[in-house]
Write a protein of this length. Sequence first.
Length: 409
Amino acid sequence: MKILHVIANLAPRYGGPSKACWEMARAVARLGHQVSIYTTNQDGPGELEVPLGRPMRRDGVEVCYFPIQPPRFWGTSLPLARALRRQIQAVELVHIHSLYLFHGLVAGHYCRRFGVPYLLRPHGTLDPFIHRRHRGRKRVMEHLFEHKNISGAAALHFTTAEELELAAPFTFGTPGVVVPLGMDLDEFAELPEPGSFRRQHPEIGEKSIILFFGRINFKKGLDILAKAFGVVARRRQDVHLVIAGPDNDGWGARVRTWLAEAGVLDRATFTGMLLGPDRLAVLRDASLFVLPSYSENFGLAVIEAMAVGLPVIISDQVNIWPEVETGGAGRVIPCEATALADQILELLADPDAAAGMGQKGRALVQDRYQWPRIATQLAEAYVRIIDEHRRHREMNQTRNRPQPARRRS
């Protein structure tokens, strides 16, 4: 198969969506399919130092970057649009990532124009919590192109059954396929020695690390975490909060204010974005992983934490919560500071129970969230979509074929 992924950006600072796009493309390419990604060189206020307008091969995937242009918040790139017009005609299926952005407008338009089926991944934007944000601006884009994109898609790609159910009121009956995201456990085969992260941050000492790992933004429930950690820190002196992740939107200033109001700013460390060995080191040294998000279509950071054997505490708005709860890999809470504080204190007080959850979490990742298995599921979905599209096209051609005139007797 020839598959094209289209996404606004691949820079690491954009976290799960960019990482997931790259990894699913690579995983399907490893099955022997021709996979490419078209994107921009956007990297926050700057640009990635990559070749522009010409494909480069990386782990079997053809990646092509195009220059970001104003307005940058929309992921605008006219060179990307021109390239998509050509490339879409040469592939069998297009996988579009995210809604309400320039690349989706262009890719959806050309897919419909040239009769190429496309799979649309909403990235959680059809969750009611996210869907109602900036409603005026979104309503304009929906009227101009996004409703056409959704209704014209061959299918919508959801990463959990929970995400599919939440999105149902906004999909116009377009079918959904549920294929989760994955993890390459080889990345976690050799972890840094214990204590390597602590040595870089002597303010932590030997305290238990409560870890938030992800982008710092409005939906992550960091206001809940600040209040909860304030409660925990008043009960225990042996805890330290680590917030590891990029601050793309300036939200970190609010988080520091919330921590100061809770009286615990001096017991929190902000690391910024961690990659490579630094990322593994903080996961290795942490005692608990917490994600009290108000909305999370999957939660890639959750399975990364489980992959290293960390017990996790997540909100019931992180859409893999049923799997985490059923698998015994952690605790699920409502979006409430008191509930979060109670669970942190309970697991810190019972290290044997926490360790057992960590073991079950790693087993869950091994069983359900490894890329080779997920790549097969994704490729099977691609084949079904392509075959169904081909059948419909052949039926329409037969239906529209001129019938021979009947002879008069």
